[in-house]
Design a protein around this ligand. Sequence first.
Ligand code: 6PG
Length: 224
Amino acid sequence: TAAAAESIARAGRFTVALAGGSTPRRLYTLLAEAAAGQAPAWGRIHIFWGDERHVPPDHAQSNYRMVRETLLDRISIPEGNVHRVLAETADAEAAARDYEREIRRFFGCGEEGIPSIDLVLLGLGTDGHTASLFPGSPLLDESRRLVAAAPASVPGPDRISMTLPLINRAASIVFLVSGASKADAVRRVLATDGDADPLPARRVAPRDGRLLWLVDEEAAERIG
Ligand code: 6PG
């Protein structure tokens, strides 16, 4: 909320890429409740998704559906400010290319530029994945594309994911992590020793921006 107010005051708008999964459900619900009070200027806030499952927008596993139910249905935000992945597209790579085109169009960054999203919210998988960048994924070495199709290495549908070049250009990146099941991944990602096989989330290192970890006690159990 503070980041949005600062960005809107400075640049007249705030762009945020939301995380999927289950952890952020409570955050989005709280944001909707807060909006009932002092509503942030939703008309100046643009919502993107860090990743999406390759399913229609009303599917139980859709990250868009999760955000719609917890936040979008409870605030008044212009439809044009909600930039969802068209994950109903039959071909996941085509959906990824469309989403990259939408991001490039919105930020006006041409074919080669990498835009800076004001805030990217990320979760952390027990295997250290973030967004849909899974261990061993060739996407971890992507240096040019902003969005790509990502075969899921966890049960469930394939994915469409923002890539590290786009994520790491963000002005602020926030990890939101909860629960004992994540404690080992948190330890490995935050460890200062050299990791021969760095987990995907360890590759999140904003070039110029700020990186903030919001970790509850259970998930922080092993970082000492
Ligand atoms: C997704 C998310 C993914 C998620 C982690 C943690 O689409 O599932 O983007 O990266 O953040 O898997 O998921 P939980 O919050 O459900 O533990």
